[in-house]
Design a binder for this molecule. Structure first.
Ligand code: ATP
Length: 360
């Protein structure tokens, strides 16, 4: 089923938000959301995700000078009921004493949509969220995952221009969360509706977002596709926040980063003699036997080995601030305490100025 509405673009321009108690929740923020995309707002608690979402919803209004546009329409001061948005919350916000069907139809009834059409839409929506046959069940007799599907169907019942989801899967247990996440992903793509999704879970952000906005202390830290954010973090904050990342400091020597325990490759634009830090993912580290180590390796001591079933995780002390983490699905085993070497391909490395130098 396609959404009946044309997908709409959303633009936030210079949207800042201070609360009466003096909290500056958002710095002036510019954000362009493409029609039909799922944009994920990701960041730690208190970074301003929900405030941004509520500003798009019309539950919060930007400080003077901020503007919110849906397509060409300026909706900055429009309240939620005039914006054509559907919302899904973490706690479902369903009417517990009503049936599934009544919950989904509630908004349509208020809008005086004819009973026949209401029933038809409810059926279509139940099918869409895989709850066929449950229309008459009371919502307090549903599982968490089913409740969240009802909440989603209810939000879509009014055929909104924009779908807003605020941590909708947080209340579900891990297994169910993954199942609902996968369904939601398919649904959002098939609907082609513009959707904004708030989460602090980077796995969820990766799985659902066409693009991810990483936020930090009321500001946008980086916007990009999941791959861009994961493989090319723009700064330390994003690198640390998204998954596990190794980080080592060294000195640029030719096309290599020189460390006391060996070298790593570098991109060609690195400046010789300068300190630099290299960042790389655990899954990009190749662990090799010390007898095979050459000048293009880092040498170290294996301090921990964890067999995780589908992969093995090695922690290697290489004389850096933190041990290097390597994760590999290849079979191969070394015991803690052994000398070992690692190699990282040039394509897997991101280089940045050292942290201390950047803070000055
Ligand atoms: P979380 O993941 O914990 O929900 P968040 O990233 O969604 O966090 P926001 O809820 O947008 O963050 O809050 C941003 C900042 O604004 C926080 O410091 C929060 O305490 C503050 N804040 C939010 N709402 C209000 C309010 N109504 N009055 C005062 N301060 C508020």
């Amino acid at each position: 089923m396609k959404s009946h509405q044309e997908a709409v673009s959303i633009r936030l321009s210079q949207c800042a938000k201070s609360f009466a108690n003096g909290t500056r929740a958002l710095q002036p923020l510019d954000l362009q959301i493409h029609p039909g995309e799922t944009l994920v707002l990701l960041g730690p608690s208190g970074c301003g995700k929900t405030t941004t979402l509520r500003m798009i919803a019309g539950l919060e209004f930007p400080d003077e000078g901020g503007r919110v546009l849906f397509g060409e329409e300026d909706v900055t001061m429009l309240p939620i009921e005039k914006r054509g948005v559907g919302m899904v919350f973490q706690n479902y916000a369903l009417f517990p004493n009503m049936s599934v069907g009544e919950n989904i139809a509630y908004g349509m009834k208020i809008r005086k949509i004819a009973a026949g059409e209401r029933a038809e839409r409810v059926e279509r929506l139940l099918e869409m969220v895989h709850l066929q046959g449950l229309s008459h069940r009371r919502v307090d007799q549903l599982s968490g995952g089913q409740k969240q599907r009802v909440a989603l169907a209810r939000a879509l019942a009014m055929e909104p221009r924009v779908l807003l989801l605020d941590e909708p899967l947080t209340a579900l247990d891990a297994k169910l969360r993954e199942a609902v996440r996968s369904d939601l992903n398919k649904l959002l793509r098939s609907l082609g509706i513009t959707a904004i999704y708030v989460t602090h879970d980077q796995g969820e952000a990766m799985a659902l977002g066409d693009r991810i906005v990483v936020m930090e202390r009321g500001k946008i830290s980086q916007i990009g596709t999941p791959q861009e954010i994961y493989y090319h973090p723009a700064n330390d904050f994003v690198a640390e926040f998204i998954g596990a990342m190794n980080r080592v400091d060294g000195i640029v020597a030719g096309d290599r980063l020189q460390l006391p325990t060996g070298t790593l490759p570098l991109p060609p634009d690195a400046v010789a003699g300068q300190p630099a830090q290299a960042l790389f993912r655990p899954e990009d580290v190749e662990v090799i036997d010390i007898t095979e180590a050459d000048a293009h390796c880092l040498r170290g001591k294996l301090i921990n080995t964890f067999f995780l079933g589908d992969r093995t995780r090695f922690e290697i002390e290489i004389g850096a601030e933190r041990p290097v983490i390597a994760e590999t699905s290849r079979r191969g085993w070394w015991e803690a305490g052994q000398q070992i070497a690692i190699r990282v391909p040039a394509t897997a490395l991101v280089t940045m100025a050292p942290r201390a130098a950047k803070e000055t």
